[in-house]
Each structure stands twice: as C-alpha cells, then as structure tokens.
Design a protein around this ligand. Sequence first.
Ligand code: NSS
Length: 438
Amino acid sequence: MEEQIIEGRFDKIAEILAGKCSGKAVKIRGWVYRSRTSGGVCFLVLRDATGIVQCAVKKDSVDGQSFQDASEAYLESSILVEGSVRQDSRAPGGYEIAATKVRLIAKGEPFPIAKDQSTEFLLDMRHLWLRSQKLTAIMKARHKIVYYLREFLEKEGFWELAPPIITGAACEGGATLFELNYFGQKAYLTQSSQLYAEVFTTALEKVYVFAPSFRAEPSRTVRHLCEYWHLEPEMAFYNQKMNMELQERMIEYVAQKMAQNHADLLLFLGRSPEKLKAVRAPFRKITYHEAVEFAASKGANIKVGQDLGADEEAILTQEDEKPIFVTNFPSKIKAFYMREDPKNPGTVLNADMLAPEGHGEIIGGSERIWDYDELMRKIKENNLNPKDYEWYIDLRRYGSVPHSGFGLGIERLVKWMLNLDHIRDAIPFPRTINRGYP
Ligand code: NSS
C-alpha cells in the first residue's frame, strides 16, 4: 500500500476543477470530506490541499474491496481513488470522478468534529479543525500575505536577519514580559526584535526581522495574542517621513497583490477584493492630539495623555476605506527609544497605522533616538537600568546614524485583510490568556 500511495504520478483536485482532466483517468490521494451511499452508489467527496471533488463509486463498476472501502470510510479517513473525470453540473465544482478503484489508506476512528460545535470545542480540536475549508483558506491567504511582504522588502533591497528570542531586557515595557529561568538568571521571551534589528542596520543598513513576539497580555480581546508573528523592518538613514512612506507602499503592494491574484480565496472567505483594491498610498495622517479631540467629540471616553483603545481607533477610521496614520503621540506614553519631535516638543516622531472597518492598529513605528545623551536621558526617565541596555547604548557610542523602523503584527494584518471577527483565526495555534493547548 505504501508504495501505491507514494510512488508514481498523482493528480491534484484543483487541476480537475480547472477542467484539465476532462475525460481522462486520474489518481487522487486525499481525505474524505463527505460521504453518502444510496442505491448501490457511494458518493465520496474528496479533499486534498487544493480543493474538493465528488467521486461516484458504483458497486457494479469496481472490485469488491473498492466498494467496501468507499462505504466504510469515515469522515477524514485517508483514501486513494482512481477513476475517470466527467463534467457534471450537479457535483460541487462541476466535475465528478467515476471511480474505478478505491483504497483506504488509513480508515482511523470516527472523526470527533461534527456540525454546529461550540467555539471552545473547536479550539480544543484545533489540530483537527485546521483541516476545515475555512481555516485552510485563511492559512493559504496568510501564506500569500507573508510572501508578498517578503517580496516587497526583497525588491526594496532589505536583508532578513535572525534575532534571538530569549532576551535579557524589555523593549516595550515590563508589564507584558514572559519571564523565564535561564540557568539561574532572569531572562525573557522577546516582546519585539526591534532593538536587535537596530544592531543590524549598522552593518546591512536596510534589514528586517520576521519572528514571533511574546506579550503576557492579560486582556481578552479579539485582537490580542500572547504569541504573534512580528515583521520588523529597520532602516539606516531613514527619517519618520520616509518610514511612513515605506509602510504605505508596503501595505498597498500586499493589498493589490491579494486583490489581483487571490480573489478566489478572498471571495471564499466572504471578503470583497474591491475593499483591498481601494488600498492605495498615500494614507491619511492625523496627529494624536487631533485624534483624541475627534474621538472625544464623537462620544469616546478619552483624554489627552491616554493611549487610544479599540473604540477610539474604530471611531477614527469610520469614514476611511484604507488605513490611516496617527502621529506624534505624547512621549510619556510611548517607548523609551522613540525620538522626540524637535518641532513638537513633548511628542515623538512616531506613527501607529490603523486599519479601517474597526480592525484598528496594525503597525507601530518611529524614528529612533540616535544621540547618546538623549537615549541616556530617556532610559533614566523611564526608570530602566542602563546596565540592561549596555549593548544597545553602545550603538550610539560607535558610528551612530539616524534610523527608523516599524513593527507589523501579521495576525492583525491578516484579520483586517480577510475581515475576520477574531485574531485567533489568523494563526494556526492561538496562544491567549486562557489557552495554550493544543
Ligand atoms: O508594541 S508595538 O506597537 N511596537 C513594537 O513592538 C515596536 N518595537 C515595533 C518596531 O518598531 N519594530 O507592536 C507592534 C505591532 C502592533 O502594531 C500590532 O500590530 C502588533 O505588533 N501587536 C500585537 N499583535 C497581536 N497580539 C498582541 N498582543 C500584539 N501586540 C502588538
């Protein structure tokens, strides 16, 4: 059996659905997606990585073993089917395979997931639920989104580099650090690879890191994970204006590629490609002060000096069909490494990019402090221990240059681009305050 299912030529369901196999003999390996038997015919709907197709297994057209295997198969049993393809408007996708041979690869046990199951149950069964058509489509779209991000950065001359995941100090404040015991010393799972990305700018100038970031987020929201994938470009000789222009072009690039090349995936997920076609640079820019004033005028409960929350972000983008930037946050509520805006003291040269349709922040970025004295001052003001940042401070001692960068949360981007209700569906195995299994 093993040889039969590994060696030789096999067909992919997508090719059948594309009409490339009409009238021909095919050989498919896959899993049972649906099945029903009536009047000596067993109808199997088969699934592989590329799609689903119906097979009709007629008792009198196949050997005894074939009909038995077809009728005994469970949902999700793995199976080999040979047959000939014919057009049939009643079959899903418009084609049907008239089976000539069927062999169970592994019958297994009855599949535990049936219709109408609770969200919690499906999360417990995530390792099996990831086979569902919806999650398969999301994971394909996620792959493409990441692919186009990398493609964009490649064309722009960026180098991808590998940061450490185990680190000695906070990047984004102590509150959300996961601590671990590193041979008797305190260490942390990285909250952001930015500080290491800054190191690489002094060698390769335009770099990015694509790695998981960890946040011990106590909040249960539709947009927070404890482990998420973080794309962090960092550029030498870039100011904040150039930084924002790069972000706009990058998001536009991915949105256009998805709309042009993957309308099928988008439509399957109920997302109109037109929404992504509308994403063209430049994006609207407002300052933090304007944003707070506007949100308050619309009834949001926010005052200057507080960070924007999901409600405010939704209000700010309610008239927009593409993302916007909110710039110049008060330096007091932002991270220690952000450079103060010489033209607007008390605020920093930063921007959050907010996605429309209530999805909210997808990017946080800024120009970095490159002056030694300014950095030391900010480290002290933030009550951080300079010893923990010795190597980072060194970058300002030896050949420092102006530089900027940003961090994009991949699952936040996927959630917006596919218009998902919850961030957990944008990642295969979501890690949240109440879930670390499976
Ligand atoms: O905290 S950030 O706003 N900024 C940083 O970590 C910078 N050090 C990035 C940089 O400049 N290199 O996070 C950046 C993005 C944010 O806009 C979200 O899209 C995402 O990271 N993010 C998250 N996604 C999912 N879950 C959680 N908890 C989360 N926190 C941030």
